[in-house]
Design a binder for this molecule. Structure first.
Ligand code: ATP
Ligand code: MG
Length: 501
């Protein structure tokens, strides 16, 4: 192949941190105007490889070619100059500035002549958005906009800096369904304009929707690079996980005793604007799915039940007894656990070790008088690490150093370890790899089989349908449908129900 077709070529890249090797002899190339999916299990090295291309990390060995010529990328500036743009997962915008200011004024080297005035910035921002064919108010202050607009601003910023390659690391993780679809359409248009996109995702449907080729990394090594037309989804899953997994997202009918007394009863619950007159009952052993669009009140309902948001009126009963869940501590004491949606913010102490994070909610179990039982603590944490396949060199390493998906796993493992009566999971598999997804669904089923009650919020319909016994559909804060799983024929049925059709 003619290497000049490659806008980016990374050859035999190796990288380690403190003697631990993370990337081993990885080669990766991107062609002009292609979408190249970068896949692999949590901790496989995807983000690290991209941080090298972006100039955040330097390689230990190997070389990078841009447009066929060797390039030395030693800083983010170097990467930008080489046309590499990044759409950060943790956005790099200044919230108090406007969209236009973020795109132009906040651009780093504000050398002489580099400054432009506000009016010009707005005008140029409008031009970029017009080229992208998206509608964003260039004068709006970024802090007032939703995630999807932050992302569009990031993309506009990269394009304004003449990026020819855009790196997107799990860009749909915080987007609603229709927003994701808008992003996919934008990616199609960018591609037509000759922009190349490196697309990291754990979602197979996205990879097939968008990508021309796929590269799979496994444990820091290059496993394969193929056109999507030449690999089956099964081969990809097997490549990522390292073994065959069958029927990972298939529904298994479960028996829930309909005559059992409810474990949880919610009556006429009102909380803020997004939870309106919500009533439902949950039986022991039951897995209840919550479906709805972004803003339908799913997360807010979970937060109200866990004592984070104030309840305005209505009652919550646990095992038939009225309870007051005004704070998370009261909820935990009553046997309710919530695995929140924005886990990295709410669920972890990043500077603390993996073991300490895992044991935080379990301190009661390992306390011996005034002391902690070190051996038991170690046993408990290592069994959780093993069960969830958390990729960490040592349980005492800070959580901050784990890959994104492995941090997610730690939060989930931590709360499942508390053995709650009622477990609420908000987007439990976001960011986790395909192998761990099915493990998490299995754990949810196991908990329910042990007589607990589970509420699952998920925007991924295949997952929601695989695990739920019943689905409540929310719209504008109210329950509009209550459907037994057996009556839901397929994803499309659920989709229509969610849209209120
Ligand atoms: N700064 C660092 N110091 C030490 N180890 C690191 C550092 N950054 C990454 N690692 C380790 O490198 C490995 C690869 O991490 P990376 O973030 O590249 O994985 P990933 O493929 O992006 O995974 P995910 O799907 O979970 O996002 C992990 O084991 C991680 O703990
Ligand atoms: Mg990553």
């Amino acid at each position: 192949m003619n290497t000049a077709d490659n806008v980016v070529e990374m050859r035999s890249i190796s990288k380690g941190f403190n003697g631990v090797s993370v990337l081993k002899d990885v080669s990766f190339d991107v062609r002009h105007g292609e979408v190249h999916a970068l896949a692999g299990g949590n901790g496989a090295g995807k983000s690290t490889l991209m941080k090298i291309l972006q100039g955040v990390y330097q390689t230990d060995a190997g070389e990078i070619l841009i447009g066929g010529k060797p390039a030395s990328i030693n800083s983010i500036q170097d990467a930008k100059a080489a046309g590499i743009g990044m759409v950060f997962q943790e956005f790099s915008l200044v919230p108090s500035l406007t969209v236009a200011q973020n795109i132009f004024l906040a651009a780093e080297p504000l050398g002489p002549g580099g400054l432009i005035d506000d009016r010009t910035a707005v005008k140029r921002a409008k031009e970029v958005f017009a080229e992208m064919e998206v509608d964003v108010d260039a004068r709006a202050e970024v802090s007032r906009l939703g995630t999807a607009y932050w992302q569009l601003t990031e993309i506009a910023k990269a394009l304004a800096q003449d990026a020819t390659v855009l790196i997107m690391d799990e860009p749909t993780a915080s987007l609603a369904r229709h927003e994701s679809e808008a992003l996919f359409e934008l990616i199609d248009r960018l591609k037509q304009r000759g922009i190349s996109i490196i697309y990291i995702s754990h979602r197979m449907d996205e990879v097939y929707r968008l990508a021309d080729r796929i590269t799979i990394l496994r444990d820091g090594r290059h496993l394969l690079t193929e056109p999507l037309t030449d690999v089956t989804p099964e081969q990809i899953v097997e490549g990522i996980v390292g073994k065959k997994i069958e029927g990972q997202l298939s529904y298994r009918a479960r028996q829930v005793a309909q005559d059992a007394a409810p474990l949880l009863e919610v009556r006429g619950l009102n909380a803020g604007h997004r939870v309106r007159d919500v009533s439902f009952a949950l039986r022991p052993g039951e897995i209840l799915g919550l479906a709805g669009l972004m803003g339908s009140g799913r997360t807010e309902l979970a937060r109200a039940l866990f004592g984070i948001d104030k309840v305005d009126s209505g009652e919550v009963l646990l095992r038939g007894k009225k309870v007051n869940l005004a704070t998370p501590q009261q909820a935990i004491n009553a046997g309710v656990a919530l695995i929140p949606e924005d886990r990295r913010d709410q669920g972890l102490v990043l500077e603390h070790s993996v073991q300490d994070n895992l044991l935080l909610p379990l301190l009661g179990q390992i306390q011996r008088g005034p002391l902690l039982d070190g051996t038991k603590g170690k046993e408990l944490s290592s069994s959780l690490i093993k069960r969830f396949a958390v990729k960490v060199a040592h349980p005492h390493r800070p959580v901050r150093l784990l890959s994104g998906g492995n941090q997610q796993k730690v939060v989930i493992a931590k709360w499942l370890g508390t053995d709650p009566d009622i477990l609420i999971l908000d987007e439990p598999t976001a960011g986790v790899d395909i192998g761990t997804k099915s493990e998490i669904l299995d754990m949810i089923r196991e908990l329910a089989n042990a007589g607990k009650a589970v509420i699952v919020i998920s925007s991924e319909y295949p997952e929601l349908l695989a695990v739920s016994d019943r689905v409540l559909v929310l719209k504008d804060g109210s329950i509009i449908r209550d459907i037994p799983r057996s009556e839901i024929a397929d994803e499309e049925y659920l989709q229509l129900a969610v849209q209120g059709v």
